[in-house]
Structure formats: structure tokens, C-alpha cells
Write a protein that binds this ligand. Structure first.
Ligand SMILES: [Zn+2]
Length: 455
């Protein structure tokens, strides 16, 4: 049964207010007026005090002073608190758990799904109303969330990572046979998490298979990574022709390609062949940062995993080889950040959190901590743009594949999706309030539905 927006609205408001529950038989109002709030719109540098925000259905209908709502509208007094767009995490892997080789070999696909369901609920309750998954199955969750069966954010998904043999997405153990040479992956994890491709034709096939599985965009590996066993960080992965094959497949589908790229060489090769969204980029040089800016590419930086980790803890968590890779990034990332900021590269928030299965929900609670690293390099307003409006722009690049075509996300403006937070404090003055959603986020609304209200 498809739940109407109105019915979903009724069910969820039941959770937050018994008085709405009692009148569940009556027609449910579709207007909510949040009065007396200081609005951070997702784009600017300041709050605008004393405003009302009128929500009708799942969209923002009007923002202003002294707004008149329908007689039946629900009125919420914001009490002068900050109202801002819901948060975006544009680098997630909701169905990938550490250690990847262990999860790949021994964890049931059903357990993957159950854990992912718990994770997405936690993400929304941490204020993240939109996520972009860039590797592993995630599109399967979208209808479950959009139909109101599960609680979670809006989901954009790349589905299986596209990786070369011995690349960052080749998760096989030493003795595993090759999925393409030896007759196709027999491992569920292999099939849905990673697609091994070594020619432009194979890249095209992986891309099309991903679109068939509900991908809104693509994800390719063009350099080595920290966590994987058989791909040195310095390796350039995928050829220019293979990147172009992915870009062409994406263009034909009217969407874009994102890449995992650590080294300057990999970032440059990706940009030169049409990639629009770069992930990581801790080693970019001035020349490449200029190219990023010139092409208008978006760049996701996930700083906390590198700069927020104590060396001792990293040594415990990582294998000796991965630790060596990690350490090489610690000095590089701040330099790359300063270079990208200098050239006004469009930086986008995303965490890339990969946790052991039994700690994954707890790890997600720390997602906003990346903002504490951001403000070492950019203003609080710019960090907030990175986690709201600029992330929303990346989501818009999915074009006609966008599962949420009725308005933008990441902004508080007329016609935008009613995805918003009402919070205690002013994040422009103290960004750290964003790291304690349980305490500070008083209202969490997605699609016009109130999921939390402690006012
Ligand atoms: Zn990642």
C-alpha cells in the first residue's frame, strides 16, 4: 500500500503529539507554520531574525514576517531559535562495514540490509535529511524510506563501485578467483558492492548494470586507497579511456561520475576526462586545484578520518600497510585544503564513515564532527554551505534521474523541500553545536514530516 503524504504525516505527528493522534480520523492539516525563527538559508553568511516559515505538504510555501496560515495549520513557536536546512552527507556507504574482507566473506546480505536500515534511521535522527551513497547497495532502501516503511534520509546512490582489477574496489582475498575471468562473481557482496572492469567496454557494462539497479550517478576508483590490500596509494587506476567510458555512460543517462582519487595525478586524470565530483583529494597541487575551480568540479573532503584521528588509535585500527598510507595523508591534507580554499574550489561535506558492523550506528552519531575540521580552513558559513546548499547542488546534477524532482534540498527558500532543522544556538558563531544533535536539534523535519520535536 502506498502511503499518501497526508497519511504518513498523520502517523508521524502521532509520534510527536498525542493531540494530533486523537483526531486521526479528521482530515489532517497539510500546513505547518513555524513562527519566530532566525533563518539560516543555506547560502548566506548571516541569520535573518524574526521570520516565519510556512510549510505546505512537503514543500516550503513562504518565508516572511506575519505570515497567515490556514485555520487548520499546525503552529509551532520557534522561540527565536535557528531554523536551517537539513544536513547532507555526500559520501556514505550505508551497506559497507569494516573489515570489508570479513563482511564480504561472512556477513549475510540480510544482516547488511538490517544494519543499513538501522543506520539510515540514525542518520535522519542526527539531522541528515539527504545522503549520497558512493559505493555499495543503497537504492534498495529508497522506496522503503519514501513509502514510509523505514525512517531515513533521501538517498542518492551510485550502487556498485567501478574498480579495476587490484584496484580500490577489488575486495577479493588472495586466493579468490577473478570474477570476470573465472565466470562471474558468486559472492553476493562482490556483485552488489564492486564491479571489476579493466576495459572501457567493461566499465560501460558495469555502469549500465548499476543504472539498472537504481543508481542515480556513478562512482569510479582512480587511485589507491587506505583500507584496501592490493592497491598502493600511489597507483593510478582506470585508464583515461575507461574514465571517458564511465563519463559517456553517465552522460547518456543524463547524470555524472564521481571518483575516489587521493593522488594529484588521479584527480587531474579524472578532471581531464570529464569527472564532475571528486572524493578525498588530499594531495592536490595548485595546478590541479585551479583546474577543479575552472571546471566547476565539486570536491568532497572527509577530514576527520585523517586529521581527527590520534596516531596511536590509527595504529591500532589499521593494518601496518594501511597505517603507513594513512600517515602520508596527515601532512598532505592541510596543504591541499589551503590550496583548494585559495582557488575557491566548491567543497562538499561527506564523511566516508566505515565502521565495524556493531559500531556503525554509533560511528554515524559522530558524522557532523567533520565540521570541526572544516572550520580550521574555512568560515563557519562556508562549512555550513558545504553541508547544505552546495551538497544540494551535487544532488541536482543527477538530472532527470533525481528521485526528488519537486524542489531543491539544502536551502530554505520558497519551493524547496521542507527538509529542515530548528536548533538551539547559532552555528555561525559556534559550529560545535552541530555535533550534539540529541541535545541541540529540537525539530527535525524531512519532506514536511516532523520526525523529532522537543519544543
Ligand atoms: Zn568512500
Amino acid at each position: 500500500m502506498k502511503l499518501s503524504h497526508t497519511l504518513k504525516h498523520a502517523m508521524v505527528t502521532c509520534l510527536v503529539s498525542i493531540s494530533f493522534c486523537a483526531s486521526a480520523d479528521a482530515p489532517v492539516t497539510r500546513q505547518i507554520l513555524i513562527s519566530n525563527v532566525a533563518v539560516y538559508d543555506g547560502r548566506g553568511d548571516t541569520l535573518k531574525n524574526g521570520l516565519n516559515v510556512l510549510i505546505e505538504g512537503n514543500l516550503i510555501k513562504k518565508i516572511g514576517r506575519g505570515l497567515i496560515a490556514d485555520e487548520s495549520a499546525v503552529i509551532i513557536d520557534g522561540g527565536g531559535r535557528t531554523l536551517m536546512p537539513g544536513l547532507h552527507d555526500m559520501h556514505t556507504h550505508v551497506s559497507i562495514f569494516r573489515e570489508i574482507s570479513e563482511a564480504r566473506q561472512n556477513m549475510s546480505p540480510l544482516a547488511h540490509g538490517a544494519l543499513a536500515a538501522a543506520r539510515v534511521e540514525g542518520m535522519l535522527m542526527n539531522g541528515f535529511t539527504t545522503i549520497m551513497d558512493v559505493g555499495g547497495p543503497a537504492a534498495y532502501l529508497r522506496p522503503l524510506i519514501d513509502e514510509g516503511v523505514l525512517v531515513g534520509p533521501r538517498i542518492y546512490s551510485a550502487e556498485a563501485l567501478i574498480s579495476q582489477t587490484s584496484g580500490h574496489g577489488d575486495f577479493r582475498a588472495r586466493n579468490d578467483l577473478h570474477p570476470n575471468i573465472d565466470g562471474g562473481p558468486t559472492n553476493w557482496y562482490e556483485r552488489h558492492t564492486s564491479c571489476i572492469a579493466d576495459t572501457p567496454g567493461e566499465v560501460t557494462r558495469c555502469a549500465r548494470e548499476n543504472f539498472r539497479n537504481g543508481a542515480t550517478h556513478l562512482k569510479l576508483m582512480t587511485s589507491g586507497g587506505v583500507s584496501s590490500r592490493f592497491d598502493p596509494l600511489h597507483s593510478l587506476q582506470g585508464s583515461p579511456a575507461e574514465v571517458r567510458a564511465a563519463v559517456e555512460a553517465a552522460k547518456n543517462w543524463k547524470t555524472f561520475v564521481s571518483v575516489h582519487a587521493y593522488t594529484d595525478e588521479a584527480v587531474k586524470m579524472s578532471l581531464e576526462n570529464g569527472v564532475k565530483y571528486i572524493l578525498h583529494a588530499p594531495q592536490v597541487t595548485e595546478e590541479t586545484a585551479k583546474l577543479m575551480a575552472k571546471q566547476g568540479a565539486y570536491v568532497n573532503v572527509n577530514l576527520e578520518a585523517v586529521l581527527g584521528l590520534e596516531e596511536e588509535l590509527a595504529a591500532q585500527m589499521l593494518s601496518p600497510e594501511s597505517f603507513r598510507k594513512w600517515k602520508s595523508l596527515v601532512d598532505a591534507y592541510p596543504v591541499a585544503m589551503r590550496t583548494m580554499v585559495k582557488h575557491k574550489v566548491k567543497l562538499v561535506f561527506g564523511t566516508d564513515l566505515l565502521a565495524p558492523w556493531n559500531k556503525s550506528v554509533a560511528y554515524d552519531d559522530s558524522a557532523a564532527r567533520d565540521l570541526l575540521q572544516w572550520v580550521k580552513f574555512v568560515s563557519a558559513a562556508d562549512a555550513l554551505r558545504g553541508i547544505t546548499s552546495r551538497s544540494g547542488e551535487v544532488a541536482q546534477m543527477t538530472g532527470p534521474n533525481n528521485p526528488y524532482p519537486d524542489g531543491p534540498t539544502g536551502v530554505i527558500e520558497q519551493g524547496a523541500y521542507a527538509d529542515l532543522l530548528v536548533i538551539d544556538g547559532n552555528p555561525l558563531e559556534d559550529i560545535s553545536i552541530m555535533t550534539d544533535p540529541d541535545q541541540n536539534f529540537r525539530i527535525i523535519m524531512k519532506d514536511g514530516i516532523v520526525y523529532k520535536n522537543t519544543l
